[in-house]
Design a binder for this molecule. Structure first.
Ligand code: PHE
Length: 478
């Protein structure tokens, strides 16, 4: 049953673009993308990532916004409205809501670290400690490491604080909460990133970083790395779980689908690339390795900042930026869960937000207590073994949730969304919907063909890789 209460709308197209870009731009761009680029040796990996964004990410983004805008409902109601009664497609909507709970529970823990680091920078703590004291702040995830448990209460505290902020914003509604805060936080984020880019350009590492990210290097690239790029396209664009369906549902039915999807995807991509151009010059200038993995932002970078003139200032800009990016993404994750209870159960927003936020907070406690981790490390590239779980990684609750979400839930949801729009939604309605309000209607043919063939093949490859069936390809030298 679709609800009749006023669900709210964005005040303008810009409001939607800022909120959707806020969802897309997050830890995935500023933390994960630079370190997977580092691990995969830059160069070709970046080019392949760009192709994945254009050929898989962008079509799914358009499909999600199409579903939400057409049905004017959050994922579960949207799949119900657009399919026959009793049809199993509604399962894709359910999966999305479940994924929101899973992802936000551990996302909030990482965002909590970012806040903790912002605090350490503001209070000047980083400037006072020596580089070798920085690594233990970010515990290693090795369960035998006693440092892990020392950090647990602190992780919990920051997780609770971050969830509190997210809840406080979402409770304010679409215009008064989500859009309002996107309008404040996103411009600050852009500004800080530009200032940091300016600083990075003056380091002697800049030329080396340019070459590392954009030069034709393929020495570290493996087939699994290619699939890691593909998998990351889902995560970074917030696809496969209905976040864009939900945000799209607050658009008016003739708002331009094509330009909004392209703008959000391009913004997300530019920010990921600029994040690399901020991080790598600093990493190179202070003689550190680009392939440091998840610790690139949380260990290597603070060590570099500690040696930089006015390092506390630059560190503050960076970690505040990281916190803001995470916050606007967390808002969209919570909104998916909240809008389900508002649309389907007729709950008031305040009740839905407090309840969903509370459950996610509790669900995140084991992750917060997991301490540091190989975060995202049990992802596409490193997954081996029967279940794809990296052997000897000391897989904890945190890693398990991330593994589940990034390797299975998001690609599965993305596949469902692509197949639904490409093969199930009535052809004429789909074409009209795509063309409504846009001058780029001629892209329709390309959109449909990418959704029909390229996206499913890509997702199946990601699955095969996740269960270790493509491991053999790694042995083949490129
Ligand atoms: N896109 C966000 C990031 O890059 C994460 C996210 C995933 C947000 C799925 C919403 C939904 O960090």
């Amino acid at each position: 049953m679709m609800s009749t209460i006023d669900r709210g709308h964005w005040s303008s197209k810009l409001g939607f673009i800022l909120a959707a870009a806020g969802s897309a731009v997050g830890l995935g761009n500023i933390w994960k993308f630079p370190y997977i680029t580092g691990e995969n040796g830059g160069g070709w990996f970046v080019l392949i990532y760009l192709i994945c964004i254009a050929c898989v990410g962008l079509p799914i983004m358009t499909a999600e916004i199409f579903i939400g805008r057409t049905a004017q409902s959050s994922p579960v109601g949207a799949f119900r409205a657009l399919s026959r009664p009793g049809s199993p497609w509604i399962g894709v909507g359910w999966l999305g809501v479940a994924t929101a709970f899973v992802i936000l529970s551990y996302y909030s823990v990482v965002a909590g670290w970012a806040m903790h680091y912002a605090w350490l920078s503001i209070s000047g703590a980083f400037a006072r400690i020596s580089p070798d004291q920085i690594a233990p702040i970010f515990a290693t995830g090795d369960l035998s490491d006693p440092g892990l448990y020392e950090n647990a209460p602190l992780n919990l505290l920051w997780h609770i604080l971050f969830m509190g902020l997210t809840i406080a914003i979402v409770i304010g509604g679409i215009r008064g909460g989500v859009e309002r805060w996107a309008r404040i936080l996103m411009p600050v984020l852009f500004l800080f990133l530009l200032v940091l880019l300016g600083r990075a350009m003056t380091t002697e590492g800049f030329a080396g970083a340019l070459d590392f990210v954009f030069g034709p290097h393929s020495d570290k690239l493996t087939p699994a790395g290619v699939l890691e790029a593909l998998g990351h396209a889902f995560f970074t664009l917030s696809l496969g779980m209905g976040a864009m369906i939900t945000y799209g549902s607050y658009l008016k039915s003739d708002d331009d689908l094509v330009t909004t999807s392209i703008t959000v995807s391009v913004l997300d991509t530019i920010i990921a690339l600029v994040a690399c151009m901020v991080l790598f010059p600093i990493i190179f200038a202070y003689g550190m390795e680009p392939s440091a993995g998840p610790g690139l932002v949380f260990v290597s970078l603070p060590i570099a900042f500690a040696q930089m003139p006015a390092g506390s200032f630059w560190a503050t800009l960076f970690f505040v930026l990281l916190t803001f990016a995470a916050l606007t993404s967390a808002i969209s994750l919570l909104e998916v869960a909240v809008s389900y209870f508002i649309d389907e159960k007729g709950w008031k927003r305040s009740r839905a937000t407090l309840l969903c936020g509370g459950v996610i907070l509790v669900l995140g406690i084991p992750s917060a207590l997991s301490g540091g981790t190989e975060l995202f490390g049990a992802g596409f590239q490193s997954a081996t073994g029967a279940l794809g779980i990296k052997e000897g990684a000391g897989l904890n609750w945190f890693d398990f949730f991330d593994y589940l979400a990034s390797n299975w839930m998001l690609p599965l949801g993305g596949l469902g969304i692509a197949l639904f729009v490409a093969w199930r939604v009535g052809g004429e309605a789909r074409e009209q919907g795509f063309r409504a309000g846009t001058q780029y209607g001629r892209l329709y043919w390309a959109w449909i063909h990418l959704l029909r063939y390229v996206v499913p093949i890509g997702v199946v490859l990601v699955f095969l890789n996740a269960i270790g069936l493509l491991g053999i390809l790694d042995e083949i030298a490129w």
